[in-house]
Design a protein around this ligand. Structure first.
Ligand code: C5P
Length: 231
C-alpha cells in the first residue's frame, strides 16, 4: 500500500496579518504540529545580536543560523535551554530578523530545520515562503492579508497587552519597511503561491478565519482522497 504523505497546511502573509494566531488555532483544532518559521529567523537574529555579529557579516549570520540550538515547548521558545519567548518578540529583534532574512545563506541554513517539523499526524506552518519554497506540495496553502492600518492596530494591542510600550505611528512605519523588504528581496520574496487561497482578514475575527481554513482543508483532503497521486 502506498504511504500517505504527512499533510501540511501553509499559512503565509505579511507581518501582523494574523497568521500566527490562525495557524496556531488550526493546529490545535486538527491536533497537528505547528511551525512558527518567523521564530527561527528571530532566534537567529537574537543569537547573532548576543554574539555581536554585524548585520553585514553574512558568514557569521549563516553560522548563527546553522548552529541554532533551539527547541519549542507549547508556546515557549528556548535558545540553548533559556526561555526567550518574550526576548525574540522585541521590535529590535524583529527588525534584525527581517534584515538577515534577505540573505540566501541564512535561508539555506534554516531550510532543513524547517522541513524537520513535518511529522505525523500533520503540520501547520506559518511564515512568508512556506507555500512557495519550503512546502511547495502542501495539502493546503493559504495567504492572509489585512490592511496596513488593521495590522498596525493588532500589533499595537498585542504589545500593549504584553506591557510593552509602542506608538501606532512607529509600528506602521516599521510594518511598511518590513513588508517592502520581504516583498522585494530576490530570494523567497513574500508573495502568494499560485495555488494559494487568499484570505483578507481586516474585518474578520480569528475564529472566522480558522473556520474558513478548516473548511478549505476538509475540501482539499476530499480532493486528495479522490486523486491520491495529485500531491
Ligand atoms: O513572522 P515574524 O514577524 O515573526 O518574522 C520575523 C521576520 O522573519 C520577518 O520580518 C521576515 O522578514 C522573516 N521571515 C522570513 N521567512 C519566513 C518567516 C519569517 O523571511 N518564512
Amino acid at each position: 500500500m502506498p504511504l500517505t504523505p504527512i499533510p501540511v497546511i501553509t499559512i503565509d502573509g505579511p507581518t501582523a496579518s494574523g497568521k500566527g494566531t490562525v495557524a496556531h488555532l488550526v493546529a490545535v483544532r486538527l491536533g497537528f504540529h505547528y511551525l512558527d518559521s518567523g521564530a527561527l529567523y528571530r532566534l537567529t537574529a537574537l543569537s547573532a545580536m548576543r554574539k555581536h555579529v554585524e548585520p553585514n557579516d553574512e558568514h557569521g549570520l549563516a553560522k548563527a543560523a546553522a548552529g541554532l540550538n533551539c527547541h519549542f515547548k507549547g508556546e515557549h521558545v528556548f535558545l540553548s535551554n533559556e526561555d526567550v519567548t518574550a526576548a525574540i518578540r522585541a521590535e529590535a529583534v524583529g527588525k534584525f530578523a527581517s534584515c538577515i532574512a534577505t540573505l540566501p545563506t541564512v535561508r539555506q541554513a534554516l531550510y532543513a530545520l524547517q522541513l524537520g517539523f513535518r511529522s505525523p499526524p500533520g503540520l501547520v506552518a506559518d511564515g512568508r515562503d512556506m507555500g512557495t519554497v519550503i512546502f511547495p506540495r502542501a495539502t493546503l496553502k493559504v495567504f492572509l492579508t489585512a490592511t496596513a492600518e488593521a495590522r498596525a492596530e493588532r500589533r499595537f494591542k498585542q504589545l500593549i497587552g504584553k506591557g510593552m510600550s509602542a506608538t501606532l505611528h512607529d509600528l506602521q512605519k516599521d510594518l511598511n519597511e518590513r513588508d517592502e523588504r520581504d516583498a522585494s528581496r530576490i530570494i523567497a520574496p513574500l508573495r502568494p503561491a499560485e495555488d494559494a487561497h487568499l484570505l483578507e482578514t481586516s474585518n474578520m475575527t480569528a475564529e472566522d478565519a480558522v473556520a474558513q481554513v478548516l473548511a478549505w482543508y476538509a475540501a482539499a483532503r476530499k480532493r486528495e482522497d479522490a486523486h491520491p497521486a495529485a500531491k
